[in-house]
Design a protein. Sequence first.
Length: 174
Amino acid sequence: MDGDDRREMIAQAYDTLERTADIDIGERDPFGEDALQKWERLRARSRAPDAAPVGRAKVEHDRRWQKWFRESFIEMMGSSTFAAIMGRIVSDQRAYAREQVEPLRRSLDRARRDLAAANAEIKRLKRARPAEIVTWRLDAKSYRITPFDAEGKPGAGIDLRPAFQQFINEVLDQ
């Protein structure tokens, strides 16, 4: 840096001092954080985290962290603010659950009614369904056959006399 550059830098410094001369900085708190401390605190916040501990160091780190968490959690549990917050959270969650469950309950009731109606219809159709014929009984004297189901109940009989009479008439006419 030559002499001209130094003179220019000094001139700029004095110019800056003159422009800021009327700025009131106020009284500094002797117990407050100074600029360097604040800068280091902010810098520490933006640093990359240290490498994760391994081996025994990790075990010790985890133990200390768990101890801190337990102590902090127990202390927090005893506060009235925590109880109020948790009460509010539980209340809100119950209200939300009721809002979600009510439509499901109505839908379930509808499904139950539909199922009951379907079961009733199935029973009605089973009763209306003709029974499976297991055997036939022939009454040769009256030319009549009667069906019977598995329970032994007779069905509607069939009179065969008109069919045999027509057959005989057709054979004799030829």
